[in-house]
Ligand binder design. Structure first.
Ligand code: THU
Length: 132
């Protein structure tokens, strides 16, 4: 499984994005601990706050398909530009990541940079704050 495979998968999702309001298509592809790939796109709604981000859709797919941990996640927005995950998506990725999870972000056309979840979300809200 290469970065190219994840890019291809994210591209497939990106094409399907339902973004009639922002016209900003996002695609995400996750590689889980079993080697399965899960994809997601953003899905907007006429009631603007109800929309769903691509990363969240991809995590839902991973969960429903029995994946537990994100080993890699690659996110694409506008071609040749970075699409850093929004704050909510960072939190969602964190919940299903480990310290080795790699977040692949597009830089310039055809190139990607790698981040860890700790780098993009240094202070996550985790289960330890909850009284379970
Ligand atoms: N969007 C994502 O899908 N993921 C992000 O991390 C950032 C933003 C979507 C939400 C909305 O449909 C569009 O991009 C513009 O904000």
């Amino acid at each position: 499984m290469t970065q190219k495979d994840l890019f291809k998968a994210a591209k497939k999702a990106h094409k399907k994005a339902y973004a009639p309001y922002s016209n900003f298509h996002v695609g995400a592809a996750i590689l889980d601990e079993k080697g399965q790939i899960h994809i997601g796109c953003n899905v907007e709604n006429a009631s603007y706050p109800v929309g769903c981000c691509a990363e969240q859709s991809a995590v839902s797919q991973m969960i429903v398909n029995g994946g537990k941990t994100i080993k890699d996640i690659l996110i694409i927005g506008k071609k040749g530009e970075p699409c850093p995950p929004c704050g909510a998506c960072r939190q969602i990725i964190f919940e299903h990541a480990d310290e080795n999870t790699i977040i692949h972000l597009e830089t310039t056309n055809g190139e990607f940079t790698k981040r860890t979840i700790k780098e993009i979300l240094p202070e996550a809200f985790d289960h330890s704050f909850l009284n379970k």
